[in-house]
Design a protein around this ligand. Sequence first.
Ligand code: SF4
Length: 296
Amino acid sequence: MKRLEYHEFSSFLIAMSQKLSTTDHSRDIAGLKYVYPVISRRAGGLSIGINFNTNNACNWRCVYCQVPDLLRGSAPEMDFQLLEQELIFFLNKVLTGDFYQQYEVPEQYRAIKDIAISGNGEPTSLKGFEQAIELIGKIAAEMHVLPKSKFVLITNGSLMHHAQVQAGLKCFNEYGGQVWFKLDSATALGRKKINNSKQSTEKMLDNLKISTELCETSLQTCMLDFLTAKNAEQERQAYIEMLQKNELKVKQVMLYTLARPSLQPEAKQLKKADARMMRLFADRLIQLGYSVSVAV
Ligand code: SF4
């Protein structure tokens, strides 16, 4: 897509006439490079997404990933000036402009629920991650969006050991940021199969501890009918044992399953996890003292 210059934003958006519903998760619906709106049923309103990975590059390749043409790699260099312009422009459009009318957003969803750093790849791979967090936090606070709305970082957590990521998380915490840390499997084999990640369990736990020490952190766990039934029960048991053995200061465990089709070659082998099994698993985690949410 052609990159829009600041003075072009307004006329471009006004020219668009489209409905934004809870089923539309297109990241270029607003025609901006970094900022995209999502009407989120989960959040109950508008989620303002920020995509650092405009090159569709991630250091993992999860079998359920919905990023089109996913590549292995890091986020490209950030155009900080453009990010600033887009965010100010877009927040103004929502706060004092006609965003909700233009996109025919249903009344009950007309509130900014969160700013979510969630892109087409792993956001903490951005060079200048701390600077980007500071910029987004400052603008959102000055425009009184924070701390009223949530500030969320959706991450696979694999780069938490890097000093620049930790510096970014310290800054994120100052703006009340919450980390959603991806943990789909407690076993190295499970993560290899699901995330195509070679990270050891020890390293994953070290990274999770770093995250919990720097920011409020929740686990997000995608449950799939992908592994064999035997492995699936072993996986659930390993997850429970991991939580039992380690004192993890996680705020919540968020269990979810496939909501939209994967764009990976394994797509046809994946099925949504059984809702009853997910609720039973949630009950086991609740018994350990964790707060758990289930999205089926
Ligand atoms: S970590 Fe996220 S962006 Fe990366 S491959 Fe997995 S689902 Fe896709």
